[in-house]
Design a protein around this ligand. Sequence first.
Ligand SMILES: *Cc1c(COP(=O)(O)O)cnc(C)c1O
Length: 407
Amino acid sequence: MSNTAKPHLASHMLPVFARADVAFERGEGPWLIATDGERYLDFTSGVAVNALGHAHPHLVAALQEQAAKLWHVSNLFTIPEGERLAARLCDASFADVVFFCNSGAEAMEAAIKTARKFQAASGHPERYRLITFEGAFHGRTLATLAAGGQQKYLEGFGPRVEGFDQVPLGDIEAVKKAIGPETAGIIIEPWQGEGGVRAADPSFFRALRQLCDDNKLMLVFDEVQTGMGRTGTLFAYEKTGVKPDIMALAKALGGGFPMGACLATVEAAVGMTPGTHGSTFGGNLLAAAAGNATLDIMLAPKFFEHVQRVSLLLKQKLASIVDRYPDVVSDVRGDGLLIGLKAVVPAGDLVAAFRDEKLLTVGAGENVVRLLPPLIVSEAEIEDGIARVERACAKLTQAQMRQGAAS
Ligand SMILES: *Cc1c(COP(=O)(O)O)cnc(C)c1O
């Protein structure tokens, strides 16, 4: 815009993230080792991405082996490892077909397009609207932002992508009222992650399934965060008692390698014919190797028994902390290792207090702090994490008492 001298910037990264002033150079399972040598217990797992922890030997070997052979060929050609991964994901789920992409938002874009195209291909091109829920998060592209409906994220980016109708979570009458002649489907997260670890109960999911069946609508599950074991089963829908028609996956799918997927039944995917959608990078050889290696571990016998055991331990210990520090935390919610701790103090203060104890956690909506340990976390590491949570809560309680005495 002008030819004045460039400003001097401390960082040349676009400042869209408020980053903590800590950098890591190594990881071992649930541990992150900072550049100053300090060890942190990582209960963020890269925001539900590193489900198998850091530097898992099986993932490292799979990627190293693939990296020496072939990285990328494009989707002009057959990718046998991608075919195998798609078949395994379908084998383990309701789905028949898979589209690979590189992120959660892209997986949701593919899900939205598949739902709309189903209606068009079924003789109802007028049906393009999707019902979504308050507190939802579906990504940062223009369409997925409109689907999520959060005003603060939509502000200043021009007209909102049309075709999303938002209703309160758990309100089946509101869903019924929102269904009109232009409705194509319903999009829901089995657990809202970013929204504050919230879920509707199974009866609500059953009612949604029934409404979709009665009205020929697509039921779309956004399992970008809940999928790939996070809630203690491979997919969270398994616990809702219903199957979706379309499901988006990403975060943990590649065990840390950027990867997304949109899964669907053949009926739901009827409109997705050659040329209707695509991706340059989606499901390349490195991604397919990472995805298959991740599944190798998750599908091994007893993997989810372990997740459920450590989940129970974490929830029980956190409940006892809620009892003992009611001025700091008030509730434990979530399933598997998608755990939310409702804060009484500002959630950001609690995240900072945990970080002072070298425990990494991540905030969410509704003043909740998410604890997302890798699924391979041991019982001893859960106990270690709880000791850090307790020390942080004790310090915050003491600080509150000092403030109370001073005022
Ligand atoms: C993280 C997330 C997304 C977006 O994923 P990106 O990879 O950041 O695009 C979408 N939906 C849900 C439920 C998520 O948790």
